[in-house]
Design a protein around this ligand. Structure first.
Ligand SMILES: Cc1cc2nc3c(=O)[nH]c(=O)nc-3n(C[C@H](O)[C@H](O)[C@H](O)COP(=O)(O)O)c2cc1C
Length: 166
């Protein structure tokens, strides 16, 4: 899909065709897209946890009840590594850029997705961290799968949000 069209066609999808898995090569393509994102001083302060097994998805749902994994066959949990940016705090922004790349790549591969935020909400962030067994900081759970709904667009151009500085 052409990039301008993809940006405008993206929606948060919350219902998926559970029985259709996401093949490994597509997971790899989404992870590669994530890792092509810009990062402060090119520190790449991220880690990615790929979850497909039902028991772990259920545990993620308990930690984050709105993480849309009831029907999603795949979750990519994007985590930050603050230790890779000593004295700086840009890692949440860097992870956000990686997350958006996953959403757009998923769309281009024919999938729907939903960005389900973790950090800095507590105890959600700590709870998801425990499920993953990591010291990295969960920034978002991205639910991915073949869409089973067609949500209306929520994005729009809002002139009031723009100031042109002469
Ligand atoms: C930081 C962040 C956190 C979000 N967390 C959730 C979430 O926990 N659950 C959910 O269903 N959607 C979540 N969303 C999706 C937003 O609700 C959605 O992007 C917004 O309503 C606009 O809809 P659209 O994505 O279809 O344009 C999140 C989005 C962002 C950027």
């Amino acid at each position: 899909m052409e990039l301008s069209a993809a940006i405008r066609a993206r929606r948060s999808v919350r219902k998926f065709k559970k029985e259709i898995p996401v093949p490994a090569e597509h997971v790899r393509t989404m992870l590669e897209a994530a890792m092509m994102a810009p990062s402060a001083l090119n520190t790449r302060p991220w880690e990615f946890y790929v979850v497909t097994d039902e028991a772990t998805k259920q545990r993620l749902l308990q930690a984050h009840p709105a993480c849309r994994l009831e029907t999603a066959p795949l979750a990519i949990v994007v985590c930050g590594r603050p230790d890779k940016q000593p004295g700086r705090c840009h890692w949440p922004q860097d992870c956000g850029a990686a997350i958006e790349n996953i959403l757009l790549q998923a769309l281009d591969l024919g999938y729907g997705s939903c960005w389900c935020g973790c950090y800095p909400t507590q105890p959600r962030t700590d709870d998801v961290q425990k499920v993953l067994g990591t010291t990295a900081v969960p920034v978002a759970i991205v639910a991915v799968g073949v869409p089973d709904e067609s949500p209306a667009a929520k994005g729009f151009y809002d002139e009031s949000a723009v100031t042109f500085i002469p």
